[in-house]
Design a protein around this ligand. Structure first.
Ligand code: FAD
Length: 457
């Protein structure tokens, strides 16, 4: 068990701040270097998404740090998705057959600030305005630049890099022999739109849902915020080479607002300054980062997005990163030396990180397209029914990922493939659940799949 020593964490984002709490609580001397100025002073520069879906793995990370109730007031429950067709009625689809299975929308900035507070309370020292310009893996030296351009060098005896998808640490490690890394852009980008609270201060759409406007090759989604507003995000091809329609078609004045009015007709009445927002809000990039290994000896470790950034379509990037923190913390209980901790962490997390990257890409197609298919609904109803009858054998893949932190991502991917093939066959000739013989399905299931393995951490 490791309960002492010194660690430098690069990045006080969601991962770095949670990790700082966990390590400092163990008695480790934690120094965090963060390029931004202190976000609690309101000087944060525009980040990525304004809010995030928090699910079981994220909650488990908070619980491990004793913070399970620290963000109660920031959470907006989202028990299901509300589908908005171009014409016709809205349709609410629950995420799970179990009432307790709920995703939450949470403010990124609010969560980050609470974690930073908790890290300081736990004893971590955080230096804001310390941008790492260059990292030398051979010596552990970081070249830092402050907001005024002042430079300094910093010697890290042991560095955990939580410096995000564009991690300068990972890019420095990429030049080392035996280190493989890839950064793949999706070709689709995103733009956020604020949907304000209604005139009476309440929500202008159903509050307890993740709203989706699925349109085949692209989609708009919206997550609620505690103040009655929603943050909507349009995901679409960047240019015609990546698909149509695309953001690049919005060349003429008014084209963007006209597109939104035509494809998402219930949105413009809710957003008086829609055209201005579409003009002003930047397009974000989407992509996947993969690297292997995630460490150098007992000196450097990558964690969170720095090691495995993924596209956001399963709402799992931060959740996976918090799971990283839980696993790392538990390895500090299991080992007495950092080399073993880093080696095992890198080995055990890679398969799970690869699995959630695959599932996140697949979920883009499900969210923007498959959810509209009546057959998808029948498969979902059957999956819920099977889960009710035999939860140790069958849990829908979405639920394994979002609501079961004790089922690894790789297990969810593997079992999900078998389950998908079975659901496909069982619903082939049926139009409704009544036409399906559940006992027969359960018998086949028992032959195809062993009971679900649960992780102890
Ligand atoms: C549009 C979008 C929607 C998303 N939605 C969800 C969701 O619903 N649910 C979910 O779980 N995940 C979601 N994610 C993913 C989530 O945002 C990331 O997985 C999460 O932010 C990773 O946290 P991190 O701390 O590892 O990296 P980051 O959040 O990127 O933090 C990195 C930190 O390091 C600092 N830093 C970077 N470079 C340096 C440097 N050179 N020197 C010093 N400091 C540095 C940064 O300032 C930052 O504070 C979404 C992502 C996007 C883009």
């Amino acid at each position: 068990m490791i309960r002492e020593g010194r660690i430098t964490i690069l990045g006080a984002g969601l991962t770095g701040a949670l990790l700082a709490v966990l390590l400092a609580r163990r008695g480790i001397e934690v120094t965090v270097l963060e390029r931004q100025t202190d976000p609690r002073r309101g000087t944060v520069t525009a980040g990525r998404s304004i809010n995030l879906a928090m699910a079981a793995r994220g909650m488990r990370g908070l619980k491990r740090a004793g913070l399970e109730h620290a963000i109660d007031d920031l959470l907006c429950p989202m028990p299901g998705r509300m589908l908005h067709p171009i014409a016709g009625d809205l349709e609410f689809q629950r995420y799970s057959g179990n009432e307790d299975d709920i995703n939450y929308s949470v403010s990124r900035a609010g969560l980050n600030n609470r974690l930073i507070d908790a890290a300081e309370r736990a004893g971590a020292t955080i230096h804001f305005g310390a941008r790492c310009e260059r990292f030398d893996p051979a010596t552990g030296t970081l070249h830092l630049v402050n907001p005024d351009g002042g430079e300094a060098t910093y010697q890290a005896e042991r560095l955990i890099a939580a410096d995000g998808a564009g991690s300068p640490t990972r890019r420095a490690l990429a030049k080392q022999p035996g280190f493989e890394t890839s950064e793949q852009l999706l070709g689709h980008r995103y733009q956020e739109i604020d949907i304000p609270a209604a005139a009476n201060g309440g929500y202008a759409m159903a509050a307890e849902a993740l709203h989706i406007w699925p349109r085949g090759g692209y989609m708009l989604i919206a997550l609620p915020n505690p103040g009655g507003d929603f943050t909507a995000t349009l995901f679409m091809a960047e240019d015609e080479a990546a698909g149509t329609p695309s953001f690049s078609a919005w060349r003429t004045p008014g084209a963007a607002a006209a597109f939104v009015a035509e494809q998402f007709p219930d949105v413009p009445p809710l957003v008086p300054d829609l055209a201005d927002q579409l003009d002003a809000h930047p397009l974000g990039i989407l992509g996947n980062v993969r690297c292997e290994p995630w460490h150098i000896e007992d000196r450097v470790l990558l964690i969170g997005d720095a090691a495995h950034a993924i596209v956001p379509f399963h709402g799992q990037g931060m959740n996976a990163a918090f799971e990283d923190c839980v696993v790392l913390d538990s390895l500090l209980d299991a080992h007495d030396d950092w080399g073993s901790v880093f080696r095992e962490f890198s080995a055990v997390r890679l398969a799970d990180a690869d699995a959630i990257a695959t599932m996140a890409m697949e979920n883009y197609v499900e969210m923007r397209d498959t959810v509209r298919d009546p057959r998808f609904q029948l498969k979902k109803a059957l999956a819920f029914a099977l889960e009710q009858r035999a939860p140790e054998h069958f849990i829908p893949r979405y639920s394994m990922v979002m609501f079961h932190a004790d089922i690894g991502y790789a297990t969810a991917l593997e079992r999900g493939r078998v389950q998908a093939a079975l659901l496909e066959r069982w619903t082939e000739t049926a139009d409704s659940l009544d036409e399906i013989d559940l006992d027969h399905c359960l018998a086949e299931l028992g032959e195809a799949l062993a009971p679900i393995p649960r992780a102890s951490v």
